[in-house]
Each structure stands twice: as C-alpha cells, then as structure tokens.
Design a protein around this ligand. Sequence first.
Ligand code: SF4
Length: 228
Amino acid sequence: MSRLPANALRFKRALLKWYRAHARDLPWRTTRDPYRVAVSEFMLQQTQVARVLEFYPRFLRRFPTIDALARSGPKAVREAWEGLGYYRRAANLHQLARTVVREHGGAIPDDPATLETLPGVGRYTAGAIAAFAYERRAPAVDTNVARVLGRAFVPRGRGIEGSRDRRAKGSRDRAVWELAGCLLPHSRRTAWEFNQALMDLGARICVARKPRCAECPVRAACRTGASK
Ligand code: SF4
C-alpha cells in the first residue's frame, strides 16, 4: 500500500483530537525510559491493563534499572512476577536485561530490527519499544490495532480480519503493517501519540465483539462505521 487511503487524513485528525482529550493516564506513558517501557510491554502481552497497573510499580520498585534486573537471579525475578502469570515473559525479560547489559552496554536499542533479535521481542514489541521509548516513527500493530485498521480502511468483504487461510493471513498481516507505517504522522511526537491513540481506540471503542460505532470519534472516516 504505497498511497494513503482517501479517508486517512480525516481519520488521523479525528483520532488525535479524541486522544488528546480522552487519553488513558498510564504510568508507562509518562516515561521515555526504554527499560520501563519494555517492562510494561512484556507485562501487557496477554494481560489486561488494569491488572498490569497493580504489578508494574511493584516490579519496578524491586528492579528499578535494567542493571538491577540483569544482576538478579531467576528466583527473585519469578517472585516479583508472582500473580501475573505466563512466567515465560518474566524469564524472557530477565534474559533481555542480561543480553542488553552484556552486548549493548546496558542501553536498550532503538532500532526495531535490532530489538527483534532480543529474547521475547517479536515484531509488535520491537515496534512498541522503538515508538514509545524513543519516539521512532515505527508502527506497532497488536490485535487491537489490526482490528481498528481493518475496519476503518478495508472495504467489507475484503477484510484484514476474517479468512483463516494461512497465505491470506500472511498477506493481510503485511498489508496492515504497511498501512500502519504509511499512516504515521511525520512528527515523532505526533507519531507517538498516534500509536497510543490507535491502542486506546481498539481497547475502549472499537472493541472485538461489538464495536461502539455510535460513540466512535472516527466514525465519519471509518469504512465500517460510516456504512452502519
Ligand atoms: S466507527 Fe466502529 S468500526 Fe469504525 S473504528 Fe469506530 S468503532 Fe471501529
């Protein structure tokens, strides 16, 4: 997708306006510390925001820096993660800290391709750390964002969501990542807001089962919402 869809500008303006008035107040949004952003992203893989809000400060009190985490033993890391579940994430985060200290001088990289080489970091998490910690113009497409973009920009019947065919899914994934990259505003700060705004819209309005189109701020620019 080399050109922006016709409804893109309208969608972006409406989304940013809504986000600036209604953004969720989340502790990992008030920092650009890459370690703190990485901790939040690992916790948010497979866990709801409300639950992460309980555990995030506790973990950071126990391991305030990437060096502190890298120096600790697996038992202490697991204890600090206790209650969040999916302990594989804690083990990966621990390994990431050790790798960053050993191979990157303690500085989490800012480039998505390098980030993807770290333990537990897939394409989404790499994009999210680059975008949210370093304000890089990097797309970060999770399930919520893919759903919003699919509904807003792909005509019904050719949905980014839908087919279970593996090849179709692969080309759908490529299309949604490309679209997410094309939509990013040029200013790094605004790109940061835009990525956060897509996540908020997917989590609060354009939800999986019953999208709340009647109260959606981008409805007039959405190919699904406008046709309802
Ligand atoms: S109008 Fe409906 S389908 Fe479109 S983005 Fe908003 S909630 Fe989602």
